[in-house]
Design a protein around this ligand. Structure first.
Ligand code: SAM
Length: 256
C-alpha cells in the first residue's frame, strides 16, 4: 500500500471514530449515569492518552469506551443464569461502569479485570463514590491484570466482553476459562457485546464481533442467542455457553 493510501485509510478511520463518538455522546445524554452516581465512566480514553508504562499489549483498536447504560441493563437482564451461585466477570472493565450496573443483579461477587493501572484506579474511585447511591458495591473487586494471565475465579459463571481486544487475545482468555471449567465443572456463559470498533473501511453492519470470533473457532462454545441492543445495532450481543456442563438448554436465550 502506498503512503498516500495509508494516509487516506487513517483519515477515514479517524472520521469514522468521530461519528462513533458523536453517536455515543447522544446515547449517553439520554440516560444519565455519571451525574446520578457522581462517577466518571462516560469519557472514552485512547491508549495513547495513558501514561508511558501503562500501555497495553492488546489487539487492534483497543481503547476505553463504555457500553451504553441501557444496553448493559438489557443484556444482563437477558442472561438466564443463577446469579446467587456465581461471580460475574467484566473482562477489560475500563472505568467500571458494567461492574456498577451488575450490582442490580444478585451476583455473589462482581469482578473487573483491567490491564491499565490508570483505568483500574479510576474504576476503584468510581466504586467508592457510587457506594453512596448504589447498594452492593461491596461485592465489587477491580483486579489489575492482563486478562490472558488472570486467575479465573472458580465460581465465575458469566463473563462480559465489550470488544476489549483481538480474536487472538480473546482466544487466550477463553483457554483460561476452559481450564477453570475443567477444574471446577459448572455452567458458564460468555456475553460478547459490540462488533469491533469499525475502522472506517467497512460499515458497522459488516464489522465482525472481533472478540466473539474466538468463541466461534473454539469447539467447546456454542452460540445460544443474540440480544439486540436498545441503543444501536453496533451494541448487539452474542451469547455463548460451554457445552459440556450445566443446563445448556435451560440457558438458551431467544433472539430478541
Ligand atoms: C471497550 S473498553 C470496555 C470497558 C467496559 N467493559 C465497558 O463495557 O464499559 C475495553 C477495555 O479492555 C481493556 N483491555 C484491553 N486489553 C486488555 C487485556 N489484555 N487485559 C485486560 N484488560 C484489557 C482496555 O484497557 C479497555 O479498558
Amino acid at each position: 500500500m502506498s503512503d498516500q493510501d495509508r494516509r487516506a485509510r487513517l483519515i477515514r478511520a479517524l472520521e469514522y471514530r468521530q461519528i462513533f463518538d458523536d453517536r455515543l455522546d447522544r446515547i449517553e445524554r439520554q440516560v444519565p449515569f455519571d451525574s446520578v452516581h457522581d462517577v466518571d465512566t462516560s469519557e472514552s480514553v485512547e491508549l495513547w492518552e495513558l501514561p508511558q508504562g501503562d500501555q497495553l499489549q492488546v489487539g487492534r483498536d483497543a481503547r476505553y469506551s463504555p457500553t451504553p447504560v441501557r444496553t448493559v441493563r438489557h443484556v444482563l437482564g437477558q442472561c438466564d443464569v443463577k446469579h446467587e451461585d456465581m461471580t460475574f466477570v467484566d473482562v477489560g472493565c475500563g472505568k467500571g461502569r458494567v461492574l456498577l450496573q451488575a450490582t442490580e443483579f444478585p451476583f455473589r461477587r462482581i469482578v473487573g479485570v483491567e490491564a491499565s493501572e490508570t483505568l483500574c484506579d479510576i474504576a476503584r474511585a468510581n466504586v467508592e463514590k457510587a457506594s453512596a447511591t448504589l447498594e452492593g458495591c461491596d461485592r465489587i473487586d477491580v483486579v489489575h491484570a492482563d486478562a490472558t494471565r488472570f486467575d479465573v475465579p472458580d465460581d465465575a459463571g458469566l463473563f462480559y466482553f465489550y470488544e476489549p481486544f483481538s480474536t487472538e487475545v480473546s482466544s487466550a482468555v477463553l483457554e483460561r476459562i476452559e481450564d477453570s471449567v475443567r477444574r471446577h465443572p459448572r455452567p458458564v456463559v460468555l456475553c460478547f457485546t459490540g462488533r469491533g470498533q469499525p475502522d472506517g473501511q467497512a460499515g458497522e453492519h459488516d464489522t465482525p464481533p472481533v472478540a466473539a470470533a474466538a468463541a466461534e473457532i473454539r469447539p467447546r462454545w456454542k452460540r445460544i442467542g443474540t440480544v439486540s441492543s436498545p441503543d444501536a445495532v453496533f451494541y448487539d450481543s452474542l451469547l455463548y455457553a460451554y457445552e459440556d456442563h450445566g443446563s445448556f438448554e435451560a440457558q438458551a436465550v431467544p433472539d430478541s
